[in-house]
Design a protein. Sequence first.
Length: 464
Amino acid sequence: MHTSLRTSRRTARGALAVAAAGVLALTAAACGSDSGGSSDSGTPSAGRSGSSDAIPQTVRLPRLDGQKLKVTAVWTGAEQKHFTKVLDEFTKRTGAEVSFVPSGDDMASFVGSKIAGGDPPDVAMLGQPGVLHEFAQKGWLKPLGGEVTAQLDKNFAKGWQDLGSHEGKQYGVYFKASNKSLVWYNTKIFEAAGAKEPKTWSDFLKTAQVIADYGVPPVSVAGADGWTLTDWFENVYLSQAGKEKYDQLTKHTIKWTDPSVKDALTTLGQLFGKKELLAGGNDGAIGTQFPNSVTQTFIGGDKAKAAMVFEGDFAAANITGANAAIGKDAKVFPFPAVGDRPPVVTGGDVGVALKDGRAAQALLTFLASTDAARIWAQQGGFVSANKNLDLAAYPDDVQRSIAKALVAAGDDFRFDMSDQAPASFGAKPGQGEWKDLQDFLKNPADVTGTQTKLEADAAKAFKN
């Protein structure tokens, strides 16, 4: 992890550590008037034919009539729909024709095949800093121009800028951020079962058992998507082992056979090892993809297939897609503390240029502005690390509070561990950490075997 991310800032850490705590009392008065002091200020762009009057224009963009751009990301469904609205606004302002190409989960292989074929996308939204470093080392990325870096300097803390850099050069714009330490729950089932929001891991397991005894599977796990299992592990590990160990394991300066990993897997096995606590049992969990893990927790109200689902703020898009009202039908609590404090793990998607030219740089300039962030924020299921985005842009108290805490954290946060690893270990379906933790979900008793496989795969990927 980058040096700036290790800076101890207790006030900021405290703010982010209670990112969800501030939204627990969702029956409280709305805080929409509290914009956190942000004003979306900036130099307005000149009025242009066809540009949107409803969205503040704080950044100047060039006319790009006749130019075509290809943009790729892993997003599908609601996320793709919302990002397309951002691209549509860019087209209105510049005249460029933008096409979105879904990459599938394996972004590294997708981009590699396109480069080998001589037709890479102009811009890619990468979900892992490790992939950014690999692409930069291979010479695939184009450094950001002055207009993009000016927006970054204006709108983003140094920690987020560092995550988008490689060997001193700025390559990326962290357009979409996330707090990945949240548990969403079905309020109707909680009320009917007499369950309460847990604060510790022990309380979490007790709450799960109360709900199971009531007759509803308590926890929905998206085992078909290996990245969700890495998030489960990282939250348990960060809270239990602490920041120093987390940073060491992130860089593979300690092995996955370390006793701290055994402790985390054993803890996680307390949940995964009781099939009555999982929606569909272990077999059902391993066949459940992330979108379904969320929607099955809320569709049907008190007749839903599960009571709780763990994942980041971006789950809000799937919740609203299930016709559940956030703050009423769906509420959230922080990932329960395994150790002394609740964990806070962040993630994000970084935009990079794979081709030279004004069009790609202009799009990244736009993505680094408050203008682009505001468009998706208004749709929900999105959090920005842009410190100048007015919090009033978010549609509800839950997302406003999460975003406010994320910005308040400044440089003091821990980024998703697997996202910082080489792609072959932390970012590919069917191999590395994703596959090893899926095997663990199938057989949670095999802690030692899981550690052995994780270490073998990590050593191969890190080459140490």
